[in-house]
Design a protein around this ligand. Structure first.
Ligand SMILES: Cc1cc2nc3c(=O)[nH]c(=O)nc-3n(C[C@H](O)[C@H](O)[C@H](O)COP(=O)(O)O)c2cc1C
Length: 312
């Protein structure tokens, strides 16, 4: 079944299969479809995929624009010859634009290096047709599942974690001081605003945190909202046994809780309430002072990965 030919971001596209199914974008198809491409399209449609086929004219900018305009992140399938167009289109922000990439043929590691963790499957051209199809479909089921996933009480916590990971957040480093005034801190994305009057915010701290008692004892803490350039800092403050403050420029305001220089925003708080909640403690703080930077972009966290704002 061929639907009416859509155009996406200036690319001519032919569509196959049910538009309700998850999309696989085939890039770099020849003008006259070879038997291999036809078989690939058929196998994907039979496996419940909506296949879009770009028909020439794609360069890295047109392809990137098409990906930006799509309502969901497609899986991309291309021949290795199309990698010089596909790889730059997916550079750095790859995981934000596509769910995964399947390359048929010889793909150089260099070409794939800039894809920033985008899952990639490389299929050898000389493999049996059935082997290629099975590998593609298995990979797609894993990286771009067709069915919505479900969690029910009693299911494994990993599924709940994945469900919760659908809520995109910013990233913060929460800090305080220990009994000797030394700085302590950890990466946390459980930050939320609570109330404007009085000015309250919260973050949740795992009971397993080595800093639990320090946060409980201190009567203050600070939340530092990270900008896109502070991703290494987020990594450092989430690693155990790391000298987290080594090389970090920070200042103290009234309470001494470290205010990390250059953060997108910093909130100094007096601890207002600590609520026990399962395997975490909820720290509610009353904001006594805040500073924020009006221009920089935030560091984002979504589905277990760092992301950046992407304006269409
Ligand atoms: C993006 C991100 C967000 C996190 N959010 C939280 C959080 O909200 N609460 C928490 O207790 N740990 C969170 N963690 C995990 C801690 O940063 C990590 O476990 C850290 O090693 C704890 O250090 P500690 O035991 O010294 O407190 C997060 C980690 C990352 C990478």
């Amino acid at each position: 079944m061929i639907a009416s030919p859509p155009r996406i971001g200036g690319l001519d596209v032919e569509a196959w299969g049910d538009p309700e199914d998850p999309v696989v974008l085939l890039v770099g198809a020849p003008e006259r479809l070879s038997a291999d491409w036809k078989r690939s399209v058929r196998a994907l449609v039979e496996a419940g995929r909506h296949v879009l086929l770009t028909r020439g004219g794609e360069d890295e900018f047109a392809l990137r624009q098409a990906l930006v305009e799509m309502s969901s992140r497609p899986a991309i399938l291309c021949a290795a010859e199309a990698l010089p167009v596909v790889a730059p289109a997916l550079a750095v922000t790859g995981p934000a634009l596509a769910s995964c990439l399947i390359v048929v043929g010889e793909a150089s590691a260099d070409a794939l290096a800039a894809l920033n963790g985008l899952p990639v499957l490389i299929v050898a051209r000389d493999a049996e047709d059935e082997t290629i199809d099975a590998a593609q479909v298995g990979f797609l089921e894993e990286q771009a599942p067709r069915e919505a996933l479900h969690y029910q009480a009693g299911s494994d916590p990993r599924t709940l974690r994945d469900a919760l990971g659908c809520f995109a957040t910013g990233v913060t480093v929460v800090t305080t001081t220990d009994e000797e005034g030394r700085p302590v801190g950890l990466t946390a994305n459980s930050f939320s605003s609570v109330s404007l009057d009085p000015p309250l915010i919260l973050f949740c701290l795992a009971r397993s945190s080595s800093n639990l008692e320090r946060f409980r004892q201190a009567e203050h803490f600070a939340i530092n909202v990270l900008h896109i350039g502070q991703q290494p800092m987020s990594g450092a403050f989430a690693r155990s046994n790391a000298e987290r403050f080594e090389g970090v420029v920070w200042e103290a305001w009234e309470t001494g809780a470290p205010i990390l220089s250059g953060s997108l925003a910093s909130f100094e708080c007096a601890t207002h309430q600590v609520v026990e909640a399962g395997d975490h403690l909820v720290f509610i703080g009353r904001v006594t002072r805040a500073r924020f930077e009006p221009r920089r972009d935030p560091l984002l966290y979504f589905r277990g990965r760092y992301r950046r704002l992407h304006f269409a």
